[in-house]
Structure formats: structure tokens, C-alpha cells
Design a protein around this ligand. Structure first.
Ligand code: HAM
Length: 430
């Protein structure tokens, strides 16, 4: 776990703010769920990988609990219980910190942050398409470039394995191997599980079906899964989702990979992750999970969602030299400097007035000279200094200094807030 210093915290909050704006624009309402939940709830269908890495413990009441490793289970619980009669689709958004005892390495932390969007109640391909487009929209707004979506479909892999009589538990073991790109071991496991020769060669073909020419890969999958009925249905679903996304003309870069699986066990349909070329770890991931709500006692309810990882988006922005825009209200900061000790109260008074106008304002608090205070303000990127001197004050004025331009002029006190809000520039020296 790590400390985030002011610059990093600022960048993280900027990403969070953008993620929240996306939630508003697409109609996702925020919910705040607890950091600690029942271990059983978090462990159900989360997958072996995450189960092993949970911060689990018994609380003082003897209950087995854990720090949340993700949001999806908590949201599914909420929708299966308290929110069960809400009209569908139900679109929910969460943002916050999560905990996994992962091996610390580049972009992998034990405490990390996600934004999370869950679209509950629609099993239609346009819902999957919306989740993909929303993710693209977020990354684009943040200024990231060249990211691509790696897409697969759990229904194809599970369809083949189910028809081959492989029980769900064993399918899960196989998915864990595929998640780690251990294809040969996955084929060995298939042998051991008595998958037929035809099944093995179908799986082999599936693992080879990948590329950025979506229609060609779809074609290849189609030829490979012939005879596996539910895999074919899944393929049709995938084709529809991809065509909706492509026909919507947003220019999503897609890498289709039929043998792609994710560590979480609840996925039933389309799954995806997003990558930038500079990093080989996913910036975000998601997919369709149509049976999770039933597991928590809800009605059978289809659902699809995504969790963009804020920490990794932050790293990607740094790698691509994408500037973090100032957080709202941080653009024009002001410092008020009294020239004399007896003007300190006036400085405090004026600073209150500026803040009432929504202008972030600091007061010189170290008793420094004007020139020292100005150079400190300059170093900290403050936009304006308001200098209170006795002569100007007698005329109801102060000296307003543009720190970027290094020029100043006397301005009437009553006009200072509006001038700053208008983006005041000092009159040119002529
Ligand atoms: P996930 O793939 O486990 O999916 O996590 C999503 C994103 O969280 C990852 O792509 C990554 O950016 C970030 N992340 C995960 N672990 C770490 C870590 N140790 N350090 C830094 N970042 C990390 C889920 O969590 C699903 N709940 C997504 C979902 C929502 N599926 C459906 N709805």
C-alpha cells in the first residue's frame, strides 16, 4: 500500500471526477457500499485467484469478513435485496478503494482504486455495447491515445466445455489457466478431464482464433465451433455486440481473442480488458454476468459492467504525457499579502470576500516580505497576488498582480472579485 502525495492525489481525483461525470452523462447513479463485507459474499464466484488474495479476518463479533476486492459482488447484493423492486435497467456507479494481497509490482498494488459501472436488467447486446462505449468515452475524455479493447466471450469457451461434459468447477480451473495465458496446460487439463479429441482440437482452434480483423476472427471461430450449439449461440451474441459497436462509428480499436478468459468466475458472456501499447497490464476490465444476482437470492437478472482501474489509468496518462487538467475551482488561485502587520485583519477580510465568490484564496501566513511571498506564490503556480498597502487602501484600492505576466496595477477593492473571475490581465505598459 502506498501514500499518494499531493500531485498524485490531484491526478487521482481528476480521474475520479471525470469518471463521475461519465456516470452522470450515461445515467448511472452512485451508490456507496461498505469497505468490509461478509467473506462468503465476496468469495462467491470471485474466482480462486481473488479468493486467495482477500484480506479476510474475523471481526470482534466472530463474523468472517473481508476487505472488498471489487465492487461487483456488493452491487449485486444490493440489487438482489434492497433495490430488488427498482425499475430496470438499473444503472449504478461506485468509486473507491479496493484491497487485494497481490504481489506488488508495476501497476499492481494492495490498495487500489476503481470506478465501477454496472448495468443491471438488460441482456441485450446494446447493453454490452454501451459498457464498451462508456469505457472508451472515459479514456478518450482523459486524453489517452491508442488504447485497444481485448474482447472475448465466456459463452464460447464454456459452451464447448459443457457439451464435453466438463463440470463447472473444472471449467473454472481451466479459465484460471487461460487468464494466465497458459494454453498448453489448459489443453493438458482438458485431456485429463476426458474431453474428446474433437473437443481438444476445437479448443486448440479457439486458442488460435485472434486478431484485429474482427470479421475474419468471427469467421474462424464459426468454423471451429461447428456442432457446439451453445458456443454457436454465444458467437452470434458476440457478433451482434461487435457490429453494434462498429456501426456506431466511434472507431473503437478491437483485438478479438476467442481463448481469452478473465480471473473472475461470474462472467457468462462478453468479456473485455483495455490496454495501451506502453503497458502490458489492463487499465480496466469487465463483462457480462447473468447469474450472479440469483446467487444472492435475487430474481434471474442479466447484468453487464466494467471497472476502469484508476491507478493504472494514472500510470498510462503519465506514460503518454497527458496533462492532468486542474480540478474544478483550482484554475485561478490567489494569495493576499498585507504589506504591514496592521493590515493583517484587512487581508483576512478580503480573502473571505474572494472565497465567497468561489475564488480559491490563501493569505500570507508566514509574515514574509512582499517579494518573498511573491516568489513563493510564483513557485506554487498561483495566478494572482492581491497586495494590500496603506496608500492604495486609502483610495479604496489594492495592487493586483498577475504572477504569470509579472505585471500589476491598482484596482478598486470592490472590483477585485469580478476582475479575477473575468480573468483579469494587467493593462499593457506603454
Ligand atoms: P478486474 O479485472 O479484477 O475486474 O479489475 C478491474 C481493473 O482494476 C483492472 O483492469 C485494473 O486496472 C484494476 N486493478 C485490479 N487489481 C489491481 C491491483 N492490484 N492494482 C492496481 N489496479 C488493479 C473487476 O474488478 C470486476 N469487478 C470488473 C467488473 C465490473 N466486471 C463486471 N462489472
Amino acid at each position: 500500500m502506498r501514500d499518494l502525495l499531493p500531485n498524485e492525489a490531484n491526478q487521482m481525483r481528476y480521474i475520479e471526477q471525470t469518471a463521475r461525470r461519465i456516470a452522470q452523462l450515461y445515467g448511472y447513479r452512485e451508490v456507496i457500499t461498505p469497505t468490509i463485507e461478509s467473506y462468503e459474499l465476496l468469495a462467491a464466484k470471485s474466482g480462486e485467484e481473488i479468493r486467495q488474495r482477500m484480506y479476510a479476518f474475523s471481526d470482534l463479533g466472530g463474523r468472517r469478513v473481508a476487505l472488498r476486492p471489487e465492487f461487483t459482488a456488493s452491487i449485486a447484493r444490493l440489487v438482489a435485496t434492497t433495490l430488488r423492486s427498482e425499475p430496470k435497467p438499473l444503472k449504478l456507479f461506485c468509486v473507491g478503494s479496493l484491497y487485494r494481497y497481490d504481489e506488488p509490482q508495476y501497476g499492481r498494488y494492495r490498495e487500489f482504486w476503481q470506478a465501477d459501472y454496472e448495468l443491471i436488467g438488460s441482456g441485450r447486446p446494446e447493453a454490452d455495447a454501451e459498457i464498451l462505449l462508456l469505457t472508451h468515452d472515459l479514456l478518450k475524455r482523459l486524453g489517452l491515445r491508442n488504447y485497444h479493447f481485448k474482447i472475448g466471450h465466456m459463452g464460447i469457451l464454456r459452451g464447448i466445455l459443457s457439451q464435453e461434459g466438463v463440470p463447472e468447477e473444472q471449467q473454472n480451473r481451466m479459465m484460471q489457466l487461460l487468464d494466465k495465458k497458459r494454453w498448453e496446460e489448459a489443453l493438458h487439463l482438458a485431456h485429463a478431464l476426458h474431453v474428446s479429441e474433437r473437443g481438444i482440437s476445437t479448443l486448440r482452434g479457439i486458442f488460435e482464433a485472434k486478431g484485429d480483423d474482427t470479421d475474419q476472427v468471427l469467421q474462424k471461430i464459426h468454423q471451429t465451433v461447428k456442432g457446439y450449439e451453445s458456443a454457436l449461440e454465444a458467437l452470434e451474441n458476440l457478433r451482434e455486440i461487435l457490429h453494434l459497436v462498429m456501426d456506431s462509428q466511434v472507431g473503437l480499436k478491437i483485438w478479438l481473442e476467442a481463448g481469452f478468459a478473465r480471473g473472475l468466475e461470474y462472467y457468462t458472456g462478453m468479456i473485455f480488458e483495455v490496454y495501451v501499447p506502453e503497458m502490458n497490464i489492463a487499465l480496466g476490465g469487465g463483462g457480462r454476468y447473468d447469474h450472479l444476482l440469483e446467487l444472492f437470492g435475487g430474481e434471474p437478472t442479466p447484468a453487464v459492467g466494467v471497472a476502469p482501474g484508476i491507478d493504472r489509468i494514472m500510470l498510462a496518462m503519465q506514460r503518454q504525457n497527458v496533462p492532468t487538467k486542474a480540478l474544478e475551482g483550482q484554475e485561478r488561485r490567489v494569495v493576499v499579502i498585507p504589506v504591514r502587520e496592521e493590515l493583517r485583519a484587512r487581508a483576512l477580510e478580503l480573502s473571505m470576500r474572494l472565497r465567497e465568490h468561489g475564488i480559491p484564496t490563501e493569505v500570507e501566513l508566514m509574515g514574509r516580505t512582499v517579494s518573498r511571498s511573491l516568489s513563493d506564490a510564483d513557485r506554487r503556480g498561483i495566478a494572482y497576488a492581491v497586495i494590500l498597502g496603506p496608500e492604495e487602501l486609502r483610495e479604496g484600492k489594492v495592487v493586483l498582480r498577475d504572477l504569470g505576466e509579472r505585471r500589476q496595477a491598482a484596482v478598486r477593492i470592490v472590483d477585485v472579485p469580478t476582475e479575477i473571475l473575468k480573468g483579469w490581465r494587467p493593462p499593457s505598459e506603454s
